[in-house]
Design a binder for this molecule. Structure first.
Ligand code: TEU
Ligand code: CA
Length: 537
């Protein structure tokens, strides 16, 4: 049967790799990753088997929030290179058949952006209305990074809204001029050849100041359509970072809505209702249940779903499930199979492909993230040092932002830079790095290669219907099927147990314990063991 490709379904053939440029690879020895550095590592991406890249922000920025505070949307951050370097990188990616999407930070600018520099001067400045001002705070909203979301500005005797850092004033999307500016920025990059955008906190752009939450305001959908449902733009890939529940997702991504290709939905990775810094034990059964729920929901409503476990905002999920050290490979590959064989668009975060884990540092000076520092400052008077550092190490976004460990060579900063790295490398880099992993018999990288090759070869994995076949707790069993192909995925969680197999006469196509190759249908599963079977009736 010929593969049917509706317009949106073609995105199911994309497999993303997220690059956090500051920490990926430093090509000029100043200790900071850069665009030339990304270009130098394209062999790695190709060897892994991805065909799309999401680049975290690389625009001009004073870096109060590592590029999520943009001071010029049409130029590249000095540390990362130039617009020419960007064009070279884009061309090099495209030559290899790899798509490129850029981060698009639309909710706020840097306070050093020209617009804000003007806006704060006086109430009658032509840029004043580009931002959100009030004589008294309009509500008691808190900034995500701590403190009030309203900051006083002396020159105008007003407060301005910043949902994130003080240096990230929220744009006033009610102002048609702001919307026009943002459209022109989208056009600028589309003309330069980007394949799409990952839209930072897109659900924040419309606000209801009376509401408890800062997102999903009344004009959200209107603004999104105005931005992306236009000639010359409609074809691109647009993924929104949104907190929406089920009905919100339908409105944002529904087939005929003209809004987003898909969104990042976080329910499966955010299990704790408490502050992200308060340690908790991640529950894999709950994780599975949420994934199953969204597989069913997106199928029913014909929505595209995204498959991910990690990004630059959270500690590595692999560390949250706390596998014994000796089982890191098994746990990492089990997570990979449980997530990336579902229906949706995979996003792999840098480091995941060799089983990267969280770090432990005793000293707050070994952290950079603004959220981490704000938390430390707010708590240090009332919390004992040991507890506080445990919280910081558990929840800090720096866990996933540390320089990539390419090699095992500590003296050479694990292959990241010949200079002094901008942030201390991961504490476990000696053992957990790409080079060591690729040489190992149990290689996470090789498993990911196999996984992505299977996705490429199998229509059922990319397009097939999902069916949950889980019978017992601490396991996840599912199938993916088209008319002429069936894939069965059996994942065991942390304890050895027997799992009755949904199939007896199929081909074993992927496993993470060598012993299974000799005995494919053994129902005894070892800790974190997975087995994937294929059937072509
Ligand atoms: O994140 C927005 C967001 O709501 C969260 O992911 C938040 O950063 C996290 O919970 C804090 O722990 C986006 C970006 O991904 C993040 O890096 C930026 O800091 C933030 O927006 C502001 O631009
Ligand atoms: Ca550099």
């Amino acid at each position: 049967m010929k593969e049917q490709k509706t317009n949106k379904e073609r995105f199911l053939d994309w497999t993303f790799y997220q690059i956090y440029p500051r920490s990926f690879y430093d090509a000029n020895g100043d200790g900071i990753g850069d665009l030339r550095g990304v270009e130098k590592k394209l062999d790695h991406l190709q060897a892994l088997g991805v065909n799309a890249v999401w680049l975290s922000p690389c625009y001009k920025s004073p870096n109060c929030d590592n590029g999520y505070d943009v001071s010029d949307y049409r130029d590249i951050m000095d540390e990362f290179g130039t617009l020419d370097d960007w064009t070279r990188l884009k061309n090099a990616l495209h030559e290899r058949g790899i798509k490129l999407i850029m981060d698009f930070v639309a909710n706020h600018t840097s306070s050093e952006h020209f617009w804000f520099q003007e806006a704060k001067k006086s109430r009658d400045n032509p840029y004043h209305d580009y931002y959100i001002w009030a004589e008294k705070p309009l509500n008691n909203w808190r900034s995500t990074f701590g403190g009030s979301a309203w900051e006083y500005n002396e020159a105008t005797n007003e407060y301005y809204l910043h949902s994130f850092a003080v240096g990230q004033p929220d744009l006033n999307w009610e102002n048609p001029k702001v919307r026009k500016e943002m459209q022109e920025i989208v056009d600028f990059w589309v003309e330069l050849g980007v394949d799409g955008f990952r839209c930072d906190v897109l659900d924040h752009i419309s606000k209801d100041f009376q509401a408890d939450k800062r997102y999903d305001g009344p004009r959200l959908h209107e603004y999104i359509r105005e931005l992306f449902d236009r000639d010359g733009v409609r074809h691109i890939f647009v993924i929104g970072e949104c907190q929406s529940d089920e009905s919100g997702v339908c409105e944002l991504c529904g087939k005929d809505r003209g809004e987003l290709t898909t969104i990042f939905q976080f329910e499966h990775v955010r299990q704790s209702a408490q502050s992200k810094f308060i340690p908790f034990r991640f529950d894999l059964n709950r994780f599975r249940d949420v994934l199953v729920k969204w597989q069913a929901f997106t199928a029913k409503n014909e929505l595209l779903y995204t498959l991910f476990t990690d990004n630059h905002d959270q500690p590595f999920l692999l560390s949250l499930i706390q596998p014994p050290k000796a089982l890191r490979y098994e746990a990492a590959t089990m997570l990979g199979a449980a997530v990336y064989l579902l229906k949706g668009i995979p996003f792999i975060y840098q480091g995941q492909e060799f089983g990267a884990v969280n770090s432990y540092f005793d000293d707050i000076d070994d952290f950079n993230d603004i959220e981490t520092h704000n938390y430390y400052r707010a708590r240090k008077a009332t919390t004992d040092k040991k507890t506080l550092m445990e919280e910081i190490n558990f929840g800090s976004r720096d866990n996933s932002r540390r320089p990539m460990a390419w090699t095992a060579n500590k003296a050479e900063n694990f292959g990241f830079t010949t200079g002094k790295p901008w942030l201390a490398p991961p504490t476990q880099a000696k053992n957990v790095n790409l080079e060591t992993d690729r040489r190992a018999e149990r290689s996470v990288f090789r498993f990911y290669q196999d996984l992505l090759r299977l996705r490429k070869e199998s229509v059922a994995i990319r397009r097939g219907a999902f069916c949950d076949l889980t019978e017992i707790q601490n396991s996840f069993v599912f199938s993916r099927a088209t008319d002429n192909e069936r894939i069965f995925v059996v994942c065991n969680f942390e304890k050895a147990q027997n799992i009755s197999l949904p199939v007896k006469n199929a081909r074993l196509i992927l496993c993470n314990y060598a012993a299974r190759k000799n005995d494919p249908f053994n129902e005894a599963f070892a800790p974190y063991e997975i087995a994937v079977y294929q059937n072509r009736p």
